[in-house]
Design a protein around this ligand. Structure first.
Ligand SMILES: *[C@@H]1O[C@H](CO)[C@@H](O)[C@H](O)[C@H]1NC(C)=O
Ligand SMILES: *[C@@H]1O[C@H](CO)[C@@H](O)[C@H](O)[C@H]1NC(C)=O
Ligand SMILES: *[C@@H]1O[C@H](CO)[C@@H](O)[C@H](O)[C@H]1NC(C)=O
Ligand SMILES: *[C@@H]1O[C@H](CO)[C@@H](O)[C@H](O)[C@H]1NC(C)=O
Length: 270
């Protein structure tokens, strides 16, 4: 019995050590990739020593933007930190990550597919960067995702319909990218037919269409039609009124002539 307990304890220590190694590998790779662009002062305290045991020493909570819980990294928040470079696929090694906020930086390159392995993720905010490539389909595996904010990037391609599987999703912002194609109905309407996300989630993507966006080409046409109708009716009323003036002139001229005739007759009669 004692032997089994000891074995289990041993295994759990090993497991914990491995988990910490995974977090360490994650942070080292994330730092290296983010600094591939330009040297950043923000991550200067992510040195080898503090990254090696990111959560075991309570005083090492000094790791900028990193929050731990139960000896695991649960949050990386580095918003508006002058970061460039790109996002390392090894981010998935921080397997307990619940919050990833790298918003308002100059990060480029793709969102790594491995992000789909972060199955504890609740908040993903990568807005206001220069991220390119497509939205990873694997994100649909992050079933606890509440917030997905990817607005103001350079994301291409169509929106994966699989994102509709994220039933806990409350905030979705894909606006101001270069997304194309049809908006998946799984994101625009709920299973009961009610509206799910509104235009503010999708606007600012030139070649994206479908409900809830107002169709662009139709909009253009109706404006043209209004201008056409306006011009047409203006011209018509101009024609009608000038015709009326013509007739009036003619009639009054005739009347005048007739009157003049009467007057001259009167004058000659006297
Ligand atoms: C650590 O990473 C390895 C390889 O990616 C993986 O097989 C293992 O399950 C991870 N361990 C934990 C505790 O996350
Ligand atoms: C994402 O981060 C930006 C700041 O960089 C913030 O303005 C925005 O509200 C965040 N998105 C959500 C959904 O909280
Ligand atoms: C998750 O990780 C495994 C192994 O680490 C990898 O083979 C797989 O492609 C990853 N899944 C996603 C969605 O990236
Ligand atoms: C869209 O929905 C968000 C919240 O989900 C709300 O704050 C915003 O006002 C809505 N916008 C429009 C145009 O309805």
């Amino acid at each position: 019995m004692a032997g089994i307990t000891l074995l289990l304890l041993c295994l759990s220590v090993l497991f914990r050590a491995e988990a910490e190694d995974n977090d360490t590998n994650c942070l080292i790779s994330v730092k290296a990739a983010l600094e591939a662009g330009e040297a950043s002062q923000k991550l200067s305290n992510w040195n080898q020593a503090s990254v090696t045991k990111p959560c075991s020493d309570p005083s090492s909570n000094s790791l900028e933007g990193v929050t731990c819980s139960n000896s695991r990294v649960i949050s990386i928040t580095l918003s508006s930190s002058n970061l460039a470079g790109n996002i390392s696929p090894d981010i998935a090694d921080c397997s307990d990550l619940q919050t990833l906020d790298l918003s308002s930086n100059s990060i480029s390159g793709p969102i790594p597919d491995s992000i789909g392995n972060l199955t504890n993720l609740v908040t993903l905010n990568l807005s206001s960067n220069s991220l390119s490539g497509t939205i990873p389909v694997g994100l649909s595996a992050c079933q606890y995702l509440n917030v997905l904010d990817l607005h103001k990037n350079k994301l291409l391609g169509s929106i994966p319909g699989e994102l509709g599987l994220l039933t806990r999703l409350k905030t979705l912002d894909l606006s101001y990218n270069k997304l194309t194609g049809q908006i998946p109905s799984s994101l625009s309407i709920t299973a009961t037919g009610a509206p799910r996300f509104n235009t503010s989630s999708f606007e600012g993507n030139k070649d994206l269409h479908g409900y809830p966006l107002v169709e662009h080409s139709n909009h253009g046409l109706s404006v043209l039609a209004i201008v056409g109708i306006g011009l047409g009716s203006g011209l018509l009323s101009l024609l009608v009124s000038s015709f009326a003036v013509c007739i009036w002139l003619r009639v009054s001229q005739q009347g005048y002539a007739a009157q003049e005739g009467k007057i001259s007759q009167l004058v000659s009669d006297t």
